[in-house]
Write a new protein. Structure first.
Length: 349
């Protein structure tokens, strides 16, 4: 993987994280409202044991209807987000192999086909949406039944339900994140299938998934001549790993390096090379272009931590880049330094 490709993957993963977060935001707002409504219903139940259970049974249809509204919002917003993002993922796929993606009708059709192929837990989205409301109803029922058995007051049951909101909203985010990553991989595959003459092999990459799990970590770096010999991510909820093509460019790059922009010309040392001419930066100003050799594998947090402020801000934005640096550095006597990976998780939540 070249430095340019590593930068593209990092930027794309963070972009997709943003797409998933926005796709779930309105549904999660509705979930918080729904749980507040249910807590009010529980608080208003009669206190008598038999009377309370009977009254709750009569409220179950209302509770299911209240919890179905957030699911309806998610089922509306998530597919729309996938459709809107799919063309951008074709751009990523084309840039990754150095090809040009002309937005033809065929490519647009391929992007839409990739949306239809998006999966969560090996199920199409329509099947996932069918179980979301049922899962949330079970969350409520378990707390209420426990409260009835243990003799809790209505207020205590209502308070216990407050903690279940995080599980429900977390489920939405996991569904959105997994669906977005699935669409992304399927879109890449559609484009790379049409350009397979430049592809020499395939590699499973988990290094840029800054929350990599044991399932995927053992697959990282696994290479095959045929993509079908590698599992297709996402392999589990919240998976952000990828199967990437190898075109031969990667084997000709020598030492792995990152390229950064500097306002002041740094001295050339071992592993640091300064380009002869200044280049225009993203803000229109002129900067010195500097290549630095990097030892070992590039992980997302490690890449950003090695980068200078300009590069960090181009990936994370100024606010998140500033917070990332503060978390890695730590605050004397207060905030202990975080690892680059943990700091990245914190600023991209």
């Amino acid at each position: 993987m070249t430095e340019k490709q590593a930068f593209a993957i990092i930027s794309n993963v963070l972009r997709l994280e943003g797409v998933a977060r926005r796709a779930a935001i309105d549904s999660n707002k509705q979930l918080r409202i729904a749980f507040r409504t249910i807590r009010e219903l529980i608080a208003g139940l009669p206190e008598g044991s038999v009377e309370r259970r009977l009254a709750y049974t009569q409220q179950r249809e209302i509770i299911e209807a209240v919890l179905s509204q957030p699911t309806n919002v998610l089922s509306r917003d998530l597919p729309m987000s996938l459709i809107e993002e799919a063309p951008q993922q074709i751009v990523f796929a084309s840039n990754y192999i150095g090809a040009t993606a002309v937005q033809t009708n065929a490519l647009q059709a391929a992007a839409l086909a990739a949306v239809d192929k998006a999966r969560v837990l090996d199920k199409p989205l329509v099947d996932i949406f069918k179980v979301v409301t049922k899962t949330n109803v079970r969350r409520v029922n378990r707390v209420v039944e426990q409260g009835f058995l243990e003799g809790w007051t209505n207020d205590k049951i209502a308070r216990e339900l407050t903690g279940k909101v995080l599980g429900a909203t977390g489920q939405n985010r996991a569904i959105a994140r997994t669906a977005v990553m699935s669409m992304s991989q399927q879109t890449h595959n559609e484009f790379w299938n049409a350009n397979n003459e430049v592809i020499e092999g395939w590699v499973f990459d988990a290094s840029m998934d800054y929350r990599v799990c044991p399932i995927c970590a053992r697959l990282d770096g696994d290479k095959k001549k045929k993509r079908s010999k590698l599992p297709t991510p996402p392999l589990h909820p919240n998976c952000r790993c990828m199967v990437l093509p190898e075109t031969g460019i990667e084997t000709d790059t020598g030492d792995r390096s990152i390229v950064e922009l500097y306002e002041k010309k740094p001295a050339e040392t071992k592993g640091v090379r300064v380009y002869k001419q200044k280049v225009k930066g993203p803000d229109g100003k002129k900067y010195w272009k500097v290549a630095k050799d990097v030892d070992g594998d590039i992980t997302m947090g490690g890449f950003i931590n090695r980068a200078n402020n300009i590069t960090q801000e181009s990936v994370l934005g100024k606010g998140r880049a500033k917070r990332f640096r503060a978390l890695v550095k730590g605050t004397p006597g207060s905030q202990a330094p975080l690892s680059p990976e943990d700091a990245l998780i914190r600023v991209t939540k």
